[in-house]
Design a binder for this molecule. Structure first.
Ligand SMILES: [Zn+2]
Length: 285
């Protein structure tokens, strides 16, 4: 079984029910994380998932609604470490590596002082030992990679593949991810306008976690249609890709008030199952 945890299911506009983008995925005993939008670390904790449980993080792109909690995630993971957790691997389009170096790079990183203080001051060393750590306290290793479309990472019974989707190029590159596991498959669209690359990546997947930002008629004759996907188009893409279950996410903040209209529009073209993503919801498949 695969567990999908919806952490953040909104846009850059904060609301009391959704904000930004982030998902956790459990395969076997391992948790994987996709995007790290606002308050993602807090929502992990609310979901009873420790940042230490996550050793692979994938960014779809670097709009702030997808990465604004990255520093919090890295520093909480470090603060709570006992020196026995796995190294963290972080993948994404540029500037994934540059952002990581700017945050925690040795000497020059914006938060390097926190690493120094917590590995040297007796207060932090005491807390580290209280949690079960053994001195000397190491600075955890984070491996960050700027990646291109193709196979990103694989394990004993899983493989993760990326495809380039179309959002706000040339300013930011954008990737969608497909996870193939021995017990199922899931695709994360990231932010994109409807595109063939996403349909191809999603072919016959069990689940497609798809941006669905507005109703179709709100996107006509304005710039949103050049970068985002409407409810109508989300349904069309899911049908063309023949996915079994469509999880609608990245909803504009007011969209909950017209949820029935959105679902109707999605179902105009799509015959499979539909789930309206709410934060802290679990989807098992
Ligand atoms: Zn976004």
């Amino acid at each position: 079984m695969i567990n999908l945890k919806i952490l953040c299911s909104g846009t850059p506009t904060p609301s009391d029910v959704r904000w930004g983008s982030a998902y956790a995925l459990k395969m076997g005993a391992e948790w994987f994380m996709f995007d790290c939008g606002p308050a993602a670390t807090y929502k992990l904790i609310k979901s009873k998932i420790s940042p230490l449980d996550i050793s692979n993080l994938f960014f779809t792109h670097h709009h702030s609604d997808h990465d604004a909690d990255y520093a919090c995630f890295l520093l909480t993971r470090f603060d709570q470490s006992i020196g026995k957790e796995k190294e963290l691997n972080v993948y994404g389009p540029p500037p994934t590596k540059e952002l990581t170096d700017k945050l925690i790079g040795e000497n020059d990183g914006a938060y390097w002082h926190d690493f120094v203080a917590r590995t040297k001051h007796p207060l932090s060393l005491w807390a580290y030992q209280e949690r079960g750590g053994k001195l000397p306290r190491p600075i955890p290793k984070v491996n960050s990679y700027n990646i291109n479309p193709g196979i990103v990472s694989s394990g004993k019974d899983w493989e993760i593949t990326s495809a380039r989707v179309e959002h706000v190029q040339p300013y930011l590159d954008s990737l969608a991810y497909r996870v193939d596991y021995s017990e199922g498959s899931i695709v994360f669209s990231g932010d994109t306008k409807p595109c063939q690359a996403l349909i191809d990546l999603s072919a016959n997947a069990d689940v497609l976690v798809m941006e669905c930002i507005r109703l179709e008629n709100e996107m006509k004759n304005n710039a949103t249609s050049l970068s985002e996907t409407s409810a109508l188009q989300a349904g069309k893409m899911a049908e063309e890709a023949n996915v079994k279950l469509l999880v609608l996410t990245h909803q504009a903040h007011y969209l909950d008030s017209v949820k029935d209209d959105v679902l109707k529009e999605v179902k105009t073209n799509y015959k499979g199952g539909v789930i309206w993503a709410d934060e802290l919801m679990t989807v098992n498949f």
